[in-house]
Design a protein around this ligand. Sequence first.
Ligand code: ATP
Length: 446
Amino acid sequence: MPPADNLMDKLVSLAKRRGFVFQSSEIYGGLGSVWDYGPLGVELKKNIKERWWRSMVHEREDIEGLDAAILMHPKVWEASGHVAGFTDPLVDCKHCKNRFRADDPRIKGTPGQPDAQCPVCGSRGTLTAPRMFNLMFKTFMGPLEEAAAVVYLRPETAQGIYVNYLNVLQSSRQKIPFGIAQIGKAFRNEITPGNFTFRTREFEQMEMQFFVKPGTDGEWFDFWRHERMKWLVGNLGIRAEKVRFHQHTKLELAHYAKDAYDIEYEFPFGWNEFEGIHNRTDFDLARHQEYSGKKLDYLDPATNERFVPYVVETSAGADRTTLVVLCDAYHEEDVAGEKRVVLRFRPTIAPLKAAVFPLVNKDGMPELARRIYDDVRNHCNAFYDDGGSIGRRYRRQDEAGTPFGITIDGQSTQDGTVTVRDRDTLAQVRVASDRLVQFLGDRLRG
Ligand code: ATP
């Protein structure tokens, strides 16, 4: 494998070359830390989201789905604590006008004091004392750009779940314990974004809030922590040795949390969080009860007890999880003296499942290949490629992470068999074309 520092560069360049991820508004020089998903990237991310939705919502009787709007009543963010507390301390350089996080390790000395040195222009004594900066994006609702019309782009999807908790509970006839799951966009005006799609200003979250009786929260917290780790390794196929838990220390814990674990992945730039499991207690529901004046407590039909439920949250970034999957899949190897770059995605999440190649563009091979391609793409996402040598076509699909390459050769037009090349083992087997869909189906299930 290449050294970690240039692995990221290689991945960013492969992502662009093969159509996984492009920089937003690239022809205008790009927009800072905003990324677009190309034809393969959108499939990969969609497959990850679909598997999450399936295991959270469809396979469980006790979790319901939700799709709340991005714009919410501004009071939501007062109640949640985001207006007052979702802030980072920043310092400005009065000379070059650059802005930094106060904890930026490149700053020498103490900001606000004469000894402090700007990491960009090198001036001394020009850095202001730290000031708090709110990370929420603001916009205006309606025609007037005035304070009363301010609304925020949500910085997390969770609040959409809390404010709908009673609607979902009553309409679905669930009983506590039960959960609500949601996938959607979130926005944070991050000060130090970077590392490709790791920290961006617009991203997607896959969040699930599980409402439980106070006192049972510890057990549910352990359950969900293990369940999420099992899913990442067993379902997405992430290598177990590359993921670990990190329990928040007292200092790291958010003000509302009783306990929290990050799930971290060993990225080329080090171990970093890509999912969190949090015991948020009754903080959010109690605050919404207080700010909205609406009762949000629960009457237990079995015991007639009333309580405000505790919440165990599993909060994952769809983009960060996609980056984990990309990093984990990336392999370089030597095949017969040549370097091969291959993305070893689990077939279930691979953007393309199969590629169909006529060996040469004559002797009936393209016609047969087209028929086979039509048949295969009725069942799974497939690609047809008749450009360049067969070796180059294989290499392109290795970089796309396509698990199966199907080649139609001279023998195919005689006896109706095709070769199927396995992306990982490179083994080639001959399969009768009328059995091909079944053959692929057996290997793509999971
Ligand atoms: P960090 O410490 O990295 O800023 P956080 O602890 O603030 O993250 P949470 O608020 O717990 O993150 O958000 C849950 C998940 O949402 C994260 O684990 C991550 O996958 C995703 N996420 C949060 N912020 C971003 C971002 N700026 N870009 C991409 N994904 C993000």
